[in-house]
Design a protein around this ligand. Structure first.
Ligand SMILES: Cc1cc2nc3c(=O)[nH]c(=O)nc-3n(C[C@H](O)[C@H](O)[C@H](O)COP(=O)(O)OP(=O)(O)OC[C@H]3O[C@@H](n4cnc5c(N)ncnc54)[C@H](O)[C@@H]3O)c2cc1C
Length: 341
């Protein structure tokens, strides 16, 4: 008879859910990790992370696609090359990262069920496409359209949208293009991987119709001489509407909690960190972690910058040009703004 009762059920096997489940299982707790997709990993994502993020996981070097000690930043008025003595940002392939994290989770003793969607949650447990399961703790790691979040009655009112093409070929530099005339308060990017590159666009206005985003991206690619036709576009929502993470014996982590940055759309760091912290809090309710406070401070700062930029092109230009100038003058560490590190 398969086991139907677990200490913790984690819904969603993205970086947040995998980090949480593995930490709990390593401490000897019985954990069920549910993933609705048949395979773990292939999430729509450009895979850009600060070098420091990967230290959270001790990721094997072979999983790193490319490392960058240089980044190009272009705004309407300025062009800037940021350099550092050591690589500051890396790219990872989400599928490979997910597969590696799933192996770690399995080795730790997590029961992983793929192709199983959680459908409803009530006092009796989690009801899925493949039966019902009971739990003491429930963790919502189910991304930007989280069922667990809905179960808690928390809406998602602030979300962005990211759209990219993972194009085969070689791309030299990591590049960010912030130009309100073309991208509003978002930006376009080129993130090189080993044998491909993510070329995409982010808008903090999640209600922008995907075809408008696609048009803007096509215009950008044309200007850069990039042919987007060799890979299909893929888009997804990015929830940055943070309203808490700890609700008694129910937790929200990663995008389900709205921990992605509204300014950059970056969420891997927040997903990994909140996954680990939720697990440690389940293990020890008195656990506190300064890194979460720092993440939330940064999240609020990004929201304030977004609000300041507003949707008007001129305020947006002023705010983004000020940011690029501040980066130029090294008034803050670029990773603190761009990639959550
Ligand atoms: C185009 C694009 C580019 C991006 N680029 C970057 C980047 O360069 N760097 C960065 O840091 N972030 C980036 N992001 C954001 C990043 O992908 C997310 O912040 C990150 O994946 C969040 O991790 P998560 O574990 O919280 O959620 P997810 O990775 O979304 O994982 C949630 C999982 O839950 C599963 N699930 C959902 N509902 C259910 C259910 N009912 N039952 C079972 N399983 C369920 C899903 O299938 C999914 O596997 C990008 C996003 C987009 C859209």
């Amino acid at each position: 008879m398969p086991k139907t009762s677990f200490h913790t059920i984690v819904i969603g096997a993205g970086p947040a859910g995998l980090a949480c489940a593995t930490t709990l299982a390593r401490a000897g707790r019985s954990v069920l990790l549910l993933e609705r997709q048949p395979r773990i990993g292939p999430k729509v994502c450009a895979g850009g992370v600060p070098a420091s993020t990967l230290a959270l996981l001790a990721v094997p070097p072979a999983l790193i696609e490319r490392q960058f000690a240089r980044q190009q930043i272009e705004s309407g008025w300025q062009r800037l090359e940021l350099t550092a003595p050591e690589p500051m940002v890396c790219t990872v392939n989400r599928e490979k990262l997910g597969q590696w994290m799933a192996q770690e989770a399995t080795a730790a003793g997590v029961t992983i069920m793929t192709g199983v969607a959680a459908q409803t949650i009530d006092h009796a447990g989690v009801h899925t496409t493949h039966g019902s399961f009971r739990h003491e703790y429930l963790v919502g790691a189910d991304g930007s359209s989280s069922l667990v979040r809905r179960h808690l009655g928390l809406p998602v009112e602030r979300f962005g949208i990211g759209l990219h093409h993972q194009l085969p070929g070689t791309f030299a530099d990591m590049a960010w293009h912030l130009n309100p005339r073309h991208f509003g308060n978002g930006y376009a990017w080129i993130f090189p991987h080993r044998e491909s590159g993510s070329v995409g666009i982010y808008s903090a206005n999640g209600n922008l119709p995907p075809h408008r985003l696609q048009e803007k991206l096509h215009h950008f690619a044309e200007q850069c001489g990039i042919d987007l036709s060799s890979a299909p576009p893929r888009a997804a929502r990015i929830n940055f509407d943070y309203r808490g993470w700890h609700f008694g014996k129910v937790f929200l982590i990663g995008d389900a909690a709205g921990l992605a940055s509204g300014l950059t759309g970056e969420g891997i760091y927040g997903a990994l960190l909140s996954g680990e912290i939720a697990a440690r809090t389940i293990l020890d309710p008195a656990y506190t972690d300064q890194r979460l406070a720092a993440l939330l401070r940064q999240h609020r700062l990004h929201e304030r910058v977004l609000t300041l930029a507003g949707h008007h092109r001129w305020t947006c230009t002023l705010v983004l040009e000020t940011l690029v100038t501040a980066l130029r003058c090294r008034m803050f560490n670029h990773t603190a703004l761009e990639l959550g590190g």
